[in-house]
Design a protein. Structure first.
Length: 156
């Protein structure tokens, strides 16, 4: 699974809106220029986000886009799934499974754990968390990797 450029641009666009005063409208041209995202592509992405209830739009001379909710209440998972659709790692979780091993495959269990982990990280990350001053670089959400200590052969 790979998050598409549309998913990345959706997060960047909403981060731009989250840095503004609550309710402040931003023109798509301005967000596009500031985030270096093609304007027509960003407009399509914002249509998906508006349908999902994450942004609201006002038309007219003083129109533009604003967040529909507080940035602390909008998760990265919501943004990604509004653009990409549900995150599903394994084919057996589709509405119409296309796997001949449905119902008891060890791979399915492994992929489900991986999917749950990814979704958990994205669901725990809010727009507010991404734009906070302490999130200058990518937020570190990983726990330290524990490597098993080397096993030494015992001498008789």
């Amino acid at each position: 699974m790979q998050i598409s450029r549309a998913g990345e641009y959706g997060v960047l666009g909403l981060m731009n809106l989250a840095r503004r005063a609550p309710g402040e409208l931003a023109m798509i041209e301005e967000v596009s220029r500031m985030e270096k995202i093609p304007e027509s592509f960003l407009a399509k992405i914002f249509q998906h986000l508006a349908r999902a209830g994450l942004v609201r739009s006002n038309r007219g001379a003083h129109g533009g886009f604003a967040l529909a909710r507080n940035p602390a209440q909008i998760t990265v998972l919501e943004i990604i799934e509004a653009i990409e659709g549900k995150i599903i790692f394994q084919r057996c979780k589709l509405a119409k499974p296309v796997c001949s091993h449905v119902g008891g495959c060890a791979i399915c269990g492994l992929f489900e754990q991986a999917q749950d982990g990814v979704k958990d990280v994205l669901a725990r990350t809010s727009l507010r968390g991404l734009v906070s001053p302490r999130a200058k670089a990518a937020p570190s959400l990983r726990s330290p990797i524990r490597r098993p200590s080397p096993v030494r052969a015992r001498r008789p």
